[in-house]
Design a protein. Sequence first.
Length: 94
Amino acid sequence: MNQQQVFAMVPNGNKSDGMVSTGSEAAEIKKRSVVIAGHRTSISLENAFWDALRDLAAARDISVNQLVTEIDRGRRGNLSSAIRTHVLLSQQAS
């Protein structure tokens, strides 16, 4: 798979390719489509952040789209950076 390939997030928050990133794949950037407040957009993040974001959403029993919508509402800059910051702060808090 190349870096230009787009993966949609399915409603339950799992990646549509069904894979978990390990090793060097964790740093690979993937562009995925999400729905934020009813609008489809693409976000580029490293696989490790997609995996962590999916885990955070699952722990709260919400979809990745719902979690990204929450992050989007509170952000002050770039959405990808806001997601990375949210994931990092959530990991530090646990």
